[in-house]
Structure formats: C-alpha cells, structure tokens
Design a protein around this ligand. Structure first.
Ligand code: GDP
Length: 310
C-alpha cells in the first residue's frame, strides 16, 4: 500500500472504520475515499458496482456492518443476517470485478462455535454449533470470510479476513439497550453517578468471560495486515486476556467514579460462556495491543463525556 494509493474504507463512520481512517491519516495515507450511507447504499448491488466502476480503487477495508450488542443481535437476527451478508457479497464481488489490489474483510469472534476450546484458534471455525443469540450475524460473517478465502485460494485475489474480539473505544454506540457491554455499562454507571443512585444493574449473571480490545489497537493490526499479510486463512486479533463481566463492572465502577452497589439482572441473556481468542498468529507478525483495559476504558470514558454520548 503506497501513501498515495486509493483506499476505500467502507463503514468510515463506525467504531472500526473511523479508527482506521484516523490511523491511516496519521501514517500519511493521503488518498482515502469515504462514502456516507446517503452517498452509497452498500445494500444496493447496482450502486456498489457503479461506485467501483467510477472510482479506481486500489485497497479496500470492509468495516461496514450492521452491529449491536447481545439484545440487538438476539431480537433482530433476520436483519443482522440479511444486511451483513448483502453488504459483504456486494463489496467483495465488486472488488473482484473491478480488480481491487487488496481487500481486508472484518469479521468477529462470534463466528466460532459456542463451546470452542479456549483460547480459540482460527482452526476452530465450523467445528460445532454457534451461540444462538448471534447466529444471524455469525453466519453472515462466516459467509463473507469464506468468499474472501475462496477468491484468494482459487482466483489468486489478495482478499484477507481479520477476526477481532469484542471491541470498544471512541466512536462506539452508547445506546442504552442496543449497544455492546462496555458502552451500555458505561452509560448506566455514568447515569447512576450523575443521578446519585444507590445501585447499578448489570445484565446477566456476571459470570461470562469476555476479551476486550481497544479499537485503535485493532486499527494498527489491520493496517499491518493490509501491508504484510496475504494468507487466505482468516486471522484472529485480540489481547489474549479475558475477564468476567462482574470484573468488568468493578473496573467500570472505578473508571466512572460510581460509589454504589452492583446488582445482576439474570433475566437478561449471558450469551456464550467464554470467547477468548488465540492470538499466536498475529503476535508472530510483530503486532501487540498497546492499551490495558483500565487505560482504554479511562480514555473512552473521557471521550464519551467530552462528546456528549450519555
Ligand atoms: P456478546 O459478546 O456477543 O455477548 O456481546 P455483548 O457485548 O452485548 O455482551 C457481553 C456480555 O455482557 C453478555 O453476557 C451480557 O449479558 C453482558 N452485559 C452486562 N451488562 C450489559 C449491558 O449493559 N449491555 C450489553 N450489551 N451486555 C451487557
């Protein structure tokens, strides 16, 4: 990837896409193309083809997706499957038809079986049943990574896929119900602090284990992969460390400065019991995460307050 290569970041307003843009600019890439949803509807195959025909695009980061936390996924499975599979097939096929030099497709750690051995190796894919709360999303992400893998293996395309663990950071969605655990919890603790409430309720039992990666660490990994990695097999990106949701809640309590009690609402789903990625492969490429959970949460909380997210 040259500094003046034409780079299209699909999904540049999202958590991942906005971080990729920040990092590419920092590193001196000066020919970035972005399209808002109004300018280019990625669900519209004809529009996507027209866009690729009219713009000579060298590199594509496919970070556009319909995303959400456990409740959003579980209650809108059909939309998560349909929209994600459609966005992916439209963009991936257009990259093939218009001779894009390299495509990096973004997946998710939920592609792996619910009860995969931990830490989860890339080879665990399709070895067992999926976690039901995000089956629609996972199936779409599996189809997209297989499409990239097949273009790469059978047609010599540089189409690669990265599978990040649970992400957080500036630019996240802080919706009270539809968000992922970190922004959802951060909002609840912040509101409890500002309203002087005596307790905060955390969804589920608090027992599930999750691994959390700061989105800027992911963006560094993605740019490294774009610059150096060309294996058809997908690659995990995580921290190699996990914590329970109850431990996350304790850390969040101190980050936000809430002094009351934490209670658990077991009527809400726990989801998969554990989701820790094996990151041996990406560590060998020379990348490692820079943010600790504490420092990443501190920085994200400051960003959220300064940007009126609550
Ligand atoms: P998942 O990794 O796909 O399950 O996605 P989430 O980030 O939505 O949820 C992770 C875990 O955090 C689940 O066990 C949830 O029950 C739990 N959790 C606790 N509080 C919250 C919250 O406020 N929002 C969300 N989304 N999850 C929460």
């Amino acid at each position: 990837m040259e500094k003046n290569s034409t780079v299209f970041v699909a999904g540049h307003r999202g958590l991942v896409g906005s971080s990729i843009i920040r990092k590419l600019r920092e590193k001196g890439y000066n020919n970035l193309i972005c399209q808002t949803r109004q300018e280019l509807d990625l669900l519209n195959q004809a529009a996507v083809n027209r866009f690729f025909a009219e713009n000579r695009i060298d590199f594509v980061f496919l970070a556009a997706a319909k995303v959400g936390g456990i409740l959003a996924n579980a209650t809108h499975q059909t939309e998560f499957l349909y929209q994600n599979i459609t966005i992916a097939t439209n963009v991936i096929q257009a990259c093939a038809d218009h001779n894009v030099k390299k495509l990096l497709n973004l997946g998710s750690s939920c592609i792996y079986p619910k009860l995969a051995p931990q830490p989860i190796q890339e080879e665990s894919l399709l070895t067992g049943p999926l976690e039901p709360t995000n089956e629609g999303y996972a199936i779409a992400k599996i189809a997209a990574l297989k499409l990239c893998e097949m273009h790469n293996r059978y047609h010599g395309r540089c189409f690669i896929s990265a599978m990040p663990t649970n992400l957080y950071g500036p630019g996240d969605n802080f919706h009270p119900e539809l968000s992922h655990v970190i922004p959802g919890m951060m909002r609840r603790f912040h509101q409890a602090k500002t309203k002087n409430l005596s307790e905060v309720t955390v969804w589920g039992s608090g027992k599930p284990l999750r691994e959390f990666l700061h989105v800027d660490d992911l963006a560094d990994a993605l740019i490294l992969l774009m610059e150096t990695y060309n294996n058809p097999s997908h690659i995990n990106v995580g921290t190699g460390k996990d914590c329970s949701i109850a431990e996350l809640a304790e850390t969040m309590k101190s980050v936000v400065g809430f002094t009351g009690r934490i209670t658990f609402d077991t009527s809400k789903p726990d989801g998969t019991p554990r989701k820790l990625l094996d990151i041996t492969k990406i560590l060998k490429l020379g990348w490692s995460p820079k943010h600790s959970l504490q420092s990443g949460l501190d920085q994200t909380y400051r960003w959220a307050v300064e940007n009126n997210q609550f």
